[in-house]
Every structure is written in structure tokens, then in C-alpha cells.
Design a protein around this ligand. Structure first.
Ligand SMILES: N[C@@H](CCC(=O)N[C@@H](CS)C(=O)NCC(=O)O)C(=O)O
Length: 224
């Protein structure tokens, strides 16, 4: 199986970490998003959306981080994607919450427009309006996560680590790029300390952490 990915990509890291921690063999092929390789053949014919990650398992090509994690977990009979109907529904619920809730305003409004040139909005007022909107809404999502969805649970779906954690924790780690401090969300902060101590975290995140270090003196609009 081959994963087309980028090491700094928030949607690629959950798969890399999950496979590393579960001994799932994966051939990794970097698609250089910085030089536009995702718009060039052969990658562009694999994913017409021109995005990573893409999994290729024989002739079967699959996009979307959430779908890839579920496919790999099922294929390898992983306990991280429970078979029990209600437990599985809880994992799906958390993955959907991150993907369609927090991700939009946290990543696409607050973080990416400040960090990636091609996400910058035209005109300073429009750009800053998007970023401010992202900050306000992301803080609301983080409060909900902290007080209601995670609370004092060890992991997102209960006491056991699931694929929702590989996804959710890596989405949250994108905040490192703009120096987010999670101290005012104590449950999320504690949870991230648990996830950052996982065996494959350091290696999976070394590129994004280097990128974050290179940005650390920039005056970002952030959550602190
Ligand atoms: N809905 C997709 C989103 C994937 C995505 O946003 N990928 C980003 C990297 S994190 C990408 O490839 N961006 C290409 C670009 O910025 O031009 C998923 O969940 O997998």
C-alpha cells in the first residue's frame, strides 16, 4: 500500500501516525505541495481534487483522511475502530465533528490563511476579517470540546484510543504553527499531552514542528 502525502499536512499525519503505531506497512511518497506537484500528473489523475492524502491499495485508490483511517483500521481489524454499533457510531461522531466543525474555522480560517501564501485572502481587511472570524469560532469549538465532548475522558470516544484520536489530535496540533496555547482549555491541554507522548508522535510531527519553530517570531493572531 502506498500513501501519497506531505509530512506537514494535517490530513496526512493521522494516517502516518496510525500506521506507524499499528505496524501497518505503508510505502510513503511525498507530494510536494510547495512546488505544486499535486496539480501535475501523475498525482493529478489520482486525485482530481489535487489534495493529499491519497491511499493506493493495488488498483483501489482512496482519498479523504477520515475514509482512509476507517479503511485501514477495518482492513487490519484494528480495535481502534470498534465493531460494536454504538461505540463505532461514537467514533464516527467525533471524526465528523472535527472534520466539519473545528477543522473549517480552526484550520481554514484561523491558521492556514496566516501561514500559507495561497490561503491568504485578497485585501488586508478581508484577510483579517477571515482570521478574526476563525479565532472567535475556533475558541467556541474548543470550549465545547473542553467542557462537553472531551471533559474528563482520557480519549475522544471514551477510555480507549481510537482512530478519532489520531485524527483529532493531529488537527489540534496544527495550532502549533501559530503558537496556540491551550492552557485555558485544561481538558484539551491534558489530552494533547497524552497524545504527544504517543510512540510515533515525535517522528510523525518532526517536519511540522520544524516549520512551527521557523515561524515562532511572527506576529500571528492566535489563541492564548
Ligand atoms: N477533505 C480532505 C482535505 C485534504 C486537504 O485539505 N489536504 C491539504 C493538505 S492538509 C492539501 O492537499 N492541500 C493542497 C493545497 O493546499 O493546495 C481530507 O479530509 O482528506
Amino acid at each position: 500500500m502506498k500513501l501519497y502525502f506531505h509530512p506537514a499536512s494535517t490530513t496526512s499525519r493521522p494516517i502516518v501516525q496510525f500506521c506507524a503505531e499499528n505496524n501497518i506497512p505503508l510505502e510513503l511518497e511525498v507530494v510536494d505541495l510547495m512546488t505544486g506537484a499535486h496539480y501535475q500528473p501523475p498525482f493529478s489523475s489520482l486525485n482530481p481534487s489535487n489534495q493529499v492524502p491519497v491511499l493506493k491499495d493495488g488498483d483501489f485508490v482512496l482519498t479523504e483522511v477520515s475514509s482512509i483511517l476507517k479503511y485501514l483500521a477495518d482492513k487490519h481489524d484494528s480495535a481502534a475502530y470498534p465493531k460494536d454499533l454504538k461505540k463505532r457510531a461514537r467514533v464516527n461522531e467525533m471524526m465528523d465533528w472535527f472534520n466539519t466543525g473545528l477543522m473549517r474555522e480552526w484550520a481554514y480560517n484561523l491558521i492556514y490563511p496566516q501561514v500559507f501564501e495561497h490561503h491568504k485572502r485578497p485585501g488586508n481587511d478581508v484577510h483579517q476579517g477571515v482570521v478574526d472570524w476563525g479565532k472567535e469560532k475556533a475558541e467556541r469549538w474548543l470550549t465545547i470540546l473542553d467542557k462537553h465532548l472531551l471533559g474528563d475522558k482520557k480519549f475522544l470516544a471514551g477510555d480507549e484510543l481510537t482512530i478519532a484520536d489520531y485524527f483529532g489530535a493531529q488537527v489540534l496540533s496544527a495550532g502549533d504553527l501559530i503558537g496556540v496555547n491551550l492552557a485555558k482549555f485544561p481538558n484539551v491541554d491534558r489530552y494533547m499531552k497524552t497524545m504527544r507522548a504517543r510512540p510515533a508522535w515525535k517522528k510523525t510531527n518532526e517536519v511540522i514542528e520544524g516549520f512551527a519553530a521557523s515561524l515562532k517570531d511572527k506576529p500571528f493572531t492566535t489563541i492564548a
